[in-house]
Design a protein around this ligand. Structure first.
Ligand code: SAM
Length: 388
């Protein structure tokens, strides 16, 4: 009975939502106005809403009720009480492989065009697997900071928390697990997506003669709350770090995290880098984790997939070029430029690297599309370039 009521509430919510704010904020505002919903109600209503958005642009003509139920079936990894109440037959099949479930619903994976802009994807991405991956919620990942590996693993095992380590120092955990209950955030571990951690592979390619210079200067140009800065300082603790962002408020978050992490020595700058480059000495490494469509992260925020206007791709690509153009003015000759996006679109990735190479003497040291969609993680792109 409750399940049917939650399903109806969720249907109203997804049909009222217009994409102006992240859906999580919209839902939070709704729940704070409707206190009658307890935690189980909120969980089931959210589950229905996200299942609806996970269907993306697939089969546009089906009624919303059917879309939501299909989304619940496809996104379930095991039987659950909500699906049992709504469709016992589908619930019994919830644990099957996704391709089988799609078949049971009378569709084929090819017909399920959840993500329609496949011709715009970066080349190595398997467009069908990428499209389908939006049905499944990504995992929670943490990164273990240097010197804490043994104790973190010990605590996970002591507390019987199921985990895997798909990449050195990267731990995958069940969604909904609150790492703050068991670990000192930012000191022992950092909450950071697997693919974001994998961009650190680029740092390992910086040669010794660069990072052993007495003044090895690093500028994290679009630092936000400092995920890449912390990753970089864990690799190069002696470096002189500058962080910048257009939003001072997010740099306040960075300051809090750095304090927790024990990082005290850095310079902070608020700047709109699409307009100008701040007055800084020449840097040996500049990291630009640029503003982008975020199309590699939509399995976390599937509503964005539903409301996306592809005209934004060109606007972001242009913004990425203007920021890169300005910050490259501060790169020392022989220095390294690490270009990063969490986008799956070629225009924001390989095409922009080609453009940069046409306008600056840059050679690509290593470039990679990180297909996180195969590991329930974000998809990202990085290119490590050297100014010749
Ligand atoms: C993808 S996020 C960076 C994430 C961060 N590096 C991390 O690992 O957590 C991009 C950041 O670029 C910032 N940004 C957007 N436009 C900018 C501009 N014109 N100048 C400087 N920063 C900008 C945004 O405020 C945002 O925090």
């Amino acid at each position: 009975m409750f399940a049917a009521a939650h399903f109806q509430t969720a249907l109203q919510l997804v049909q009222t939502y217009r994409g102006e704010v992240p859906f999580a904020h919209f839902l939070k505002a709704y729940f704070s106005q409707h206190k009658k919903h307890g935690s189980r109600d909120r969980k089931q209503i959210s589950q229905c809403c996200y299942a609806f958005f996970r269907m993306g642009h697939a089969i546009p003509d089906i009624p919303p009720e059917r879309r939501m139920l299909m989304g619940l079936f496809f996104s379930a990894t095991e039987p659950n009480p909500l699906l049992e109440a709504l469709s016992p037959e589908w619930n019994a099949a919830a644990g099957l492989a996704l391709a089988e479930k799609i078949g049971l619903s009378g569709l084929t994976p090819e017909a399920l065009t959840i993500f329609p802009w496949t011709n715009l994807l970066s080349d190595p991405i398997d467009s069908q697997a990428f499209s389908i991956s939006h049905l499944v919620q990504p995992k929670l990942f943490i990164r273990i900071r240097p010197g804490h590996h043994e104790q973190v693993i010990h605590r996970l095992e002591e507390k019987w928390i199921p985990y895997t380590e798909p990449y050195p120092f990267a731990i995958a955990l069940p969604n909904g697990y609150n790492a703050a209950n068991d670990f000192s955030l930012n000191r022992e571990i950092v909450v950071q997506d697997l693919s974001s951690q994998k961009t650190g592979a680029a740092l390992k390619l910086i040669p010794r003669e660069t990072y052993q210079q007495p003044s090895f200067r690093i500028w994290d140009a679009c630092a936000a709350s400092g995920g890449k800065s912390m990753l970089t300082l864990d690799q190069f603790p002696q470096a002189t770090l500058t962080v910048s962002d257009i939003r001072n408020s997010i740099l306040d978050n960075l300051a809090t995290r750095f304090k927790e992490a024990g990082i005290r020595r850095y310079t902070r700058i608020e700047a709109d880098l699409s307009v100008t480059a701040p007055d800084l000495p020449q840097q040996q490494l500049i990291i630009a984790d640029l503003p982008c469509t975020g199309s590699g992260t939509w399995a976390r925020t599937p509503e964005q997939l539903c409301f996306f206007d592809p005209a934004a791709i060109g606007r972001f690509a242009e913004l990425q070029r203007s920021i890169s153009r300005n910050i490259l003015l501060r790169l020392a000759s022989g220095g390294f430029f690490l270009y990063i996006t969490c986008s799956a679109f070629r225009a924001e990735n390989e095409d922009n690297v080609l453009w940069l190479q046409q306008h600056f003497p840059l050679e690509v040291v290593h470039q990679e599309v990180i297909g996180g969609y195969t590991e329930q993680a974000d998809s990202m792109f990085f290119s490590l370039m050297r100014l010749t």
